[in-house]
Design a protein around this ligand. Structure first.
Ligand SMILES: NC(=O)c1ccc[n+]([C@@H]2O[C@H](COP(=O)([O-])OP(=O)(O)OC[C@H]3O[C@@H](n4cnc5c(N)ncnc54)[C@H](O)[C@@H]3O)[C@@H](O)[C@H]2O)c1
Length: 311
């Protein structure tokens, strides 16, 4: 990594840790937090692929099923909306009061996991956190409960705790395991707690195109930037490039974008070619976390780049 001029890295948290420790030896772009990646890969893609992954692996019928979705970020919002649309009764758990309030306003019951764990038919984790579904919850699930993860790794469900002598594992088919308790209760664990959609369904090429375009533009920006524009730190993709990624994909829909008139541009204080929104036009994703995503506005950098505070 040290020999490279640029780094584009989806697992951005690690980059911030390296930056904080003074061990990041190249400039890096956090493409994960560009709006085109967030909305399309995390929200819209997961909204579709959660159903696809569940159907392909279990053939479960969604209507009337009680589901708990852990985490109401972009991925959780997509999963919850899809299941609600299919007639499932959806509960949501959250630690962030803003996302929790969004869940309430979207019509979901906000609960603690222990309040519903005995009754739900399906548990989906979407937090990016660890041990969200700990062994105590797995012990209390009802017979036939399906457990799966849509977050970034297999840390959200404590699968390791299920590898104990008293529990029997039965592989039903690829990516589907029954874990059986001594009293005969069984839960259905999908993809051994890894990402359900990447393990059990396909990801639409349209979404991949958007994400890949974001990454390619980030690389081009870092590679072409004059010496000194980017230091050994983590940056967000300039807003204008985010907008460019979106505009490249609009023709697919035969969509016709309205242009600002000179008068309107002047009134709003915007260039007719964008960027159309300020960098702070978005909620902070993780209030209270060590990441201050909209911290330090640096107009000197390509006019619209946000540097990340590393405290
Ligand atoms: N499956 C996929 O295709 C896919 C696509 C994009 C992102 N991801 C991954 O999904 C995860 C979530 O992504 P996101 O964009 O929704 O992130 P996000 O930060 O917007 O949402 C995660 C939410 O989980 C909440 N949370 C954290 N710990 C919790 C806990 N113990 N209980 C309940 N809620 C908790 C946070 O407050 C946050 O609102 C990340 O790990 C991301 O890498 C998966």
């Amino acid at each position: 990594m040290c020999s490279a001029k640029v780094a584009v890295f989806p697992f951005f948290r690690r980059l911030y840790q390296l930056s904080k420790a003074g061990r990041l030896c190249v400039p890096a772009m956090n493409v994960n937090d560009s709006i085109t990646k967030q909305k399309f890969d995390n929200l819209y893609c997961c909204r579709e692929s959660i159903l696809d992954g569940l159907k392909r692996s279990t053939d479960v019928m969604f209507g009337g099923k009680q589901v708990v979705v852990c985490g109401y970020g972009e991925v959780g919002k997509g999963c919850s909306a899809a299941l609600k649309a299919m007639g499932s009764v959806v509960y949501v758990t959250e630690v962030d009061p803003i996302c929790a309030l969004q869940a309430c306003m979207d019509g979901f019951r906000l609960v603690k996991l222990n309040e519903v764990i005995r009754q739900v038919d399906l548990v989906i984790t979407c937090t990016g956190n660890k041990n969200v579904v700990a062994r105590e919850y797995l012990d209390r699930m009802k017979n036939g409960c399906i457990v799966c993860n849509m977050g970034h790794s297999n840390t959200e469900i404590d699968v390791v705790s299920l590898r104990t002598p008293e529990l029997t594992w039965e592989k039903v088919r690829s990516q589907v395991d029954h874990v059986i308790w001594p009293d005969g209760k069984r839960i259905i664990l999908l993809a051994e707690g890894r990402l359900l959609n990447l393990s059990c369904s396909t990801v639409p090429t349209f979404v991949l195109s958007i994400t890949a375009t974001t990454q390619a533009l980030a690389l081009i920006e870092l590679y072409n930037a004059p010496e000194g524009r980017y230091k050994q730190d983590v940056y967000l993709l300039p807003k204008k490039m985010d907008e460019f990624v979106a505009s490249l994909h609009l023709p697919t829909f035969d969509a016709h974008l309205t242009e600002l008139t000179d008068e309107q541009g002047k009134y709003l204080g915007l260039s007719k070619t964008g960027p159309f929104k300020p960098n702070y036009y978005r909620r902070t994703r993780r209030p209270g976390s060590d990441l201050c995503l909209w911290g330090n506005y640096s107009p000197a950098l390509t006019g619209n780049t946000t540097t990340m505070m590393s405290d």
